[in-house]
Design a binder for this molecule. Structure first.
Ligand code: SF4
Length: 346
């Protein structure tokens, strides 16, 4: 039996948005930064921007606690702009991709200094802010300001690649996905439309075992008809990541640990950290040494902990009580190392 592939012509998906939005009206996820469909409340661009920056490369579950803490401590963009850099970096610790935290501050300060504390309400205006890329600009423009922007995150990419059976491997498929999505964006509810697609990708059109029988747009989903949903979008072959090695120093005195701040530029820039050398050393051979492996976007790092004497506590740094290390705002890499060291000391 031959498989009937629905016509990819736009006419065939003309009522895509109404079907999706009707589903969203009753199935929308309740998220702390979201205005529920049908609510008369006005979206707060600050909260939407903050959530979108936090959600890049991270899950909703991982972000929820950070979002609550940030908005409680810095309820407006003006509060965030006035915050101490070190406090923001420490509050961000554990979310990863620390350049985003530095850009977050730069962006908040630009909104206050150049825009009177009011976010620009167009995609182009938003894109001109520090650290705001195409995706964030489109998402904030659509969700906060009702602009008919074409919002494409990983969830949306997956839904559209499947619905329109776009089998070109990523990242080349991005253009086709965008082109397929653009004509579907409704002018009346572009923000809800983007969020509905995000929810569909997160809850039904999941990477593995999509629940197609519950999908509001299954009727003309080309990948469902072809039985190829799970294989889309086609990912590029994974490249082996370079392996790098480094050493961090455990310098202890009177139940306190010597901590430094990493240079603003570079990996984990501006974050509190253990001192140590550059991450380009030969692999450590010291058997039994405490070490952790951590994956960055472009390389894997094995960081080995070495005990050093107080004479190495040089330069700028601070003695931090070991019993209070949880409050130091160490990024995940160093937290893992410290936790391992404490375990090995038990
Ligand atoms: Fe995704 Fe299945 Fe819906 Fe197609 S029918 S969009 S594959 S959940």
């Amino acid at each position: 039996m031959s498989v009937q592939i629905p016509d990819p012509d736009i006419a065939a998906v003309a009522d895509f948005a109404p079907r999706l939005l009707a589903w969203y009206d009753h199935a929308a996820r309740i998220l702390p930064w979201r205005i529920a469909p049908g609510s008369a409340a006005t979206p707060d661009p600050y909260r939407i921007w903050l959530a979108e920056v936090m959600l890049q490369q991270t899950t909703v579950a991982a972000v929820a606690g950070y979002f609550a803490r940030f908005t409680e401590r810095w309820p407006s963009v003006a509060d965030l702009a006035a915050a101490d850099d070190a406090d923001v970096m420490a509050a961000w610790a554990g979310l990863g991709y620390y350049a985003r935290a530095r850009n977050l501050l730069a962006c908040a300060r630009t909104v206050v200094a150049d825009h009177g504390g009011v976010f620009p309400d167009s995609e182009a205006g938003l894109r001109a802010l520090p650290g705001v890329g195409d995706y964030t600009a489109a998402a904030v423009a659509a969700i906060a300001f009702g602009r008919p922007a074409v919002v494409v995150d990983a969830n949306i990419e997956r839904v559209i690649a499947r619905h329109r059976l776009i089998a070109t491997p990523l990242p080349a498929a991005k253009r086709a996905i965008r082109a397929a999505l653009a004509p579907l964006v409704p002018r009346d509810r572009p923000g809800d439309f983007a969020q509905a697609l995000m929810d569909l990708g997160a809850t039904i059109c999941t990477p593995r075992s999509p629940a197609c029988t519950r999908c509001p747009v299954v009727a003309d989903c080309a990948a469902f008809a072809a039985g190829t949903a799970e294989s889309l979008p086609v990912k590029p072959p994974k490249k082996a990541k370079p392996q790098r090695h480094g050493r961090a120093w455990w310098i202890e005195s009177d139940a306190r640990l010597w901590l430094v701040r990493r240079p603003n530029k570079g990996m984990l820039g501006g974050m509190r950290a253990l001192p140590g050398g550059a991450w380009d050393e030969p692999p450590a051979s010291d058997d039994g040494a405490v070490s952790v492996r951590h994956g960055f976007t472009h390389f894997d790092l094995t960081l080995t902990l070495v005990r050093r004497g107080v004479e190495d506590a040089a330069g700028e740094g601070e003695w931090w009580p070991i019993s209070a290390l949880d409050a130091a705002g160490l990024p995940t890499l160093y937290r893992k190392l410290v936790d391992k060291m404490r375990e090995s000391d038990r």
